[in-house]
Write a protein that binds this ligand. Structure first.
Ligand SMILES: [Zn+2]
Ligand SMILES: [Zn+2]
Length: 51
């Protein structure tokens, strides 16, 4: 089950999914809501914060 990295909501159809640009270890998943409101995400591995 995939959850949004920012709000932890379950994402069934994740269109926004990418590796952390800093460490590449974690996969960042963002739901449509967080994408639209341009909330920031934090990488669990390296603590990288991105838009
Ligand atoms: Zn979200
Ligand atoms: Zn990272």
């Amino acid at each position: 089950m995939k959850t949004c990295t920012t709000c932890n909501k379950i994402v069934t159809d994740s269109k926004t999914e990418f590796k952390c640009p800093e460490c590449g270890k974690t996969t960042i998943i963002r739901c449509d809501h967080c994408k639209m409101t341009t909330k920031t995400y934090t990488c669990k591995e390296c603590g990288f914060v991105g838009p």
